[in-house]
Write a protein that binds this ligand. Structure first.
Ligand SMILES: [Zn+2]
Length: 174
């Protein structure tokens, strides 16, 4: 069974189960305990490992949404987690390799699946510290791609935008 992803507004207060105001779906006040429920984008980190020949490593998704499509390595930050620590954690979890962060790439927004909850995506270029990688966690395959030969089925528009920016950055370097 696939997980269900909820979007604002919520019906009931998460603290006392009272009725939440519905006028502003992103700032909802509880009629009983007066708490305010704020809805924000969920932060994600995306890592783009690049090798000496300029190829980038992408991961094939082994989970929904977009099962079987390619995306950048990464995922949701844990609550209160340092972004760069979260980035290294995700790279380790999905490839088995440690990495160093080389460059900030870009930030953008998106949704987790069509009509899914809002995301704030932060991308970094990284260098893997080992060639010994294997897909794990929610990844079914890892593959190196030339930036001018990226696969058609990239899951998220936000990943495509980030990879376009990287391609332009790399073209300037040559
Ligand atoms: Zn309440």
């Amino acid at each position: 069974m696939s997980e269900k992803y909820h979007t604002p507004p919520s019906s009931f207060c998460p603290w006392c189960a009272g009725q939440l105001s519905q006028e502003n779906p992103y700032r909802q006040e509880c009629a009983s305990c007066r708490s305010v429920l704020y809805h924000s984008s969920s932060p994600t980190v995306g890592a783009v490992p690049i090798d000496d020949s300029g190829k980038v490593l992408l991961a094939k998704r082994g989970i929904e949404p977009y099962y079987g499509a390619w995306n950048t390595i990464g995922g949701f930050l844990d609550y209160g987690e340092d972004p760069l620590e979260g980035l290294k954690r995700e790279v380790q979890e999905e490839t088995g390799a440690a990495c160093v962060v080389k460059d900030f790439l870009t930030m953008n927004t998106g949704t987790y699946g069509p009509d899914g909850p809002a995301l704030l995506n932060i991308y970094f270029v990284v260098q893997l510290l080992s060639d010994d990688i294997s897909p794990r966690d929610d990844v079914s395959e890892l593959r190196w791609f030339a930036l001018d030969g990226l696969p058609e089925n990239i899951a998220f528009q936000s990943d495509r935008l980030a990879l376009d920016i990287l391609k332009k950055m790399e073209e300037v370097k040559r």
